[in-house]
Design a protein around this ligand. Structure first.
Ligand code: ZN
Ligand code: ZN
Ligand code: ZN
Ligand code: ZN
Length: 240
């Protein structure tokens, strides 16, 4: 039986299912990955998602390890833009009880550390504006949230945890918003002090406009308040 290609899909990191061609370890499509040391050693460099334990996939196009389950991603010390890292480290550090997760890189490589290496967490506000059209009518959807970016002081890896299924206002985060979020996390212009405080104010303002009802599953109502019903929407107005 022919050996399988050891390459991965450039865009999503999934292992290739094609047979390797000739005496190469790769198929014709992934021949270009032949010189990539990262790919040659993928089987030895297995990282797991610190949030759900899934095996992370290495995505060559973005030079990142991504969790296919929650969509969080990891940039190691060599992969991250130094400017980006510098700005992340100026964000306010969060030290919540029970928040600390172990560094996915250190927990794999016992040469780096013995014992536990929890990530330090930095709070990053974000706002995404998704532009689309219904027929000819342009529509804009806003998403707000705070990501607790984890950084390992031992090996320099940085973990960007998933924005979750819903944003801070309870709006469902679809694939389009998710890709905007990924771009936002990789761009330095989000993390300045002034930018962060105006993002925080924007989120607070948007939150204040929302109905305050929370259902039994802890899910917040996504409708707007109606002035005459006080803090609630029409559906959740309080009967007097
Ligand atoms: Zn292949
Ligand atoms: Zn995950
Ligand atoms: Zn580490
Ligand atoms: Zn409501």
């Amino acid at each position: 039986m022919a050996k399988k290609c050891i390459g991965v899909r450039e865009d999503i990191g999934e292992p290739c299912q094609r047979p390797a061609s000739g005496d190469s370890d790769f198929c014709w499509l992934h021949k270009q990955q032949e010189g990539d040391m990262k790919i040659l050693y993928l089987q030895d460099d297995v990282y797991h998602c610190p949030d759900d334990g899934q095996k992370l996939l290495y995505v060559p196009r973005w030079k990142e390890h991504k969790c296919d389950m929650c969509k969080g991603f990891l940039l190691n010390a060599k992969e991250i833009d130094p400017m980006l890292l510098e700005s992340i480290l100026t964000l306010p550090e969060v030290t919540e009880e029970g928040l600390a997760v172990e560094c996915p890189t250190c927990s794999t490589d016992s040469d780096l550390s013995d014992g536990e290496t929890p990530l330090s967490n930095f709070a990053a506000e974000w706002h995404l504006l998704s532009k689309g059209k219904i027929g000819f009518v342009p529509i804009e959807t806003s998403y707000y949230g705070v990501s607790k970016i984890g950084h390992c002081k031992v090996c320099g890896s940085t973990w960007f945890p998933s924005p979750g299924e819903r944003d801070a206002l309870g709006k469902k985060v679809g694939w389009k918003a998710l890709s905007l979020w990924r771009n936002a996390m990789r761009s330095t212009d989000l993390f300045g002090k002034q930018q962060q405080s105006s993002l925080r104010e924007g989120r607070k303002r948007a939150e204040a406009k929302k109905c305050q009802h929370v259902d039994s599953n802890g899910k917040r109502c996504t409708d707007l308040k109606v002035h005459k019903y006080g803090d609630f929407c029409f559906r959740h107005r309080q009967k007097r």
